[in-house]
Design a protein around this ligand. Structure first.
Ligand SMILES: [Zn+2]
Ligand SMILES: [Zn+2]
Length: 166
C-alpha cells in the first residue's frame, strides 16, 4: 500500500501525486515539498540566515535580540477532557517569558480539572514553563531549534519564489 511521503499515513484511495511521491492531501504535499527543499539547503546558508534572525529585531515587539525559538507549554481541562500543547515562536527573551508566564497561569488555573490527565499533565507543563523561563538558549549563537526553523523558512521562501516566477 502507498504511504504519504510527508506524514507516513497509509493512502487507501485518492491522495495527491507530485513527481514520484504520493501524499494524502494538499497540505501534506505542500509540507513534503518544503521538507524536500529544506534537505537540499546547505548548512552554511542556513547558518547565515539563522544568524540574521538571531541578531535581528524581535518579530513580536520589534525589540532587541537575541532572537531565538521560545517554547511555552499549556494545559487545560474540563472534567474528563484534558488538552495540552507546546507552542513555539521566534521572539526575544522578554516575549518568550511573557508567553511562558501566560501559559503557566492558564495551566495552573485550568489544568487540574480533568481526571487523570489534568492531574498528571499540569505539573509537567508548569515545570516545563519554569524550566524554559529559567534556561534560555545560549544568547551568543542560534540554538539548534532556530537553525531548524531557519532551514524551513528558507525552503518555504525558495519554493514561493519559484511559484511567483512561473
Ligand atoms: Zn500525509
Ligand atoms: Zn519581543
Amino acid at each position: 500500500m502507498a504511504s504519504c511521503s510527508a506524514c507516513g499515513a497509509a493512502i487507501i484511495f485518492g491522495g495527491k501525486t507530485v513527481g514520484d511521491q504520493r501524499f494524502c492531501n494538499d497540505e501534506c504535499a505542500q509540507n513534503g515539498l518544503i521538507l524536500a527543499r529544506a534537505r537540499q539547503l546547505s548548512d552554511a546558508d542556513v547558518r547565515v540566515f539563522a544568524s540574521q534572525i538571531h541578531s535581528g529585531q524581535c518579530p513580536k515587539c520589534s525589540g532587541a535580540g537575541p532572537i531565538d525559538v521560545r517554547t511555552s507549554h499549556q494545559v487545560w481541562s474540563a472534567l474528563l477532557f484534558t488538552r495540552w500543547k507546546s507552542t513555539q515562536q521566534i521572539a526575544c527573551r522578554r516575549c518568550g517569558i511573557k508567553s511562558q508566564a501566560g501559559d503557566l497561569a492558564i495551566s495552573v488555573v485550568a489544568g487540574w480539572w480533568g481526571f487523570p490527565w489534568g492531574l498528571l499533565m499540569t505539573p509537567i507543563q508548569v515545570g516545563r514553563n519554569i524550566f524554559d523561563m529559567a534556561l534560555a538558549p545560549n544568547p551568543t549563537q542560534p540554538s539548534p531549534k532556530l537553525l531548524q526553523q531557519a532551514r524551513l523558512i528558507l525552503a518555504q521562501r525558495s519554493l514561493f519564489a519559484e511559484g511567483a516566477d512561473a
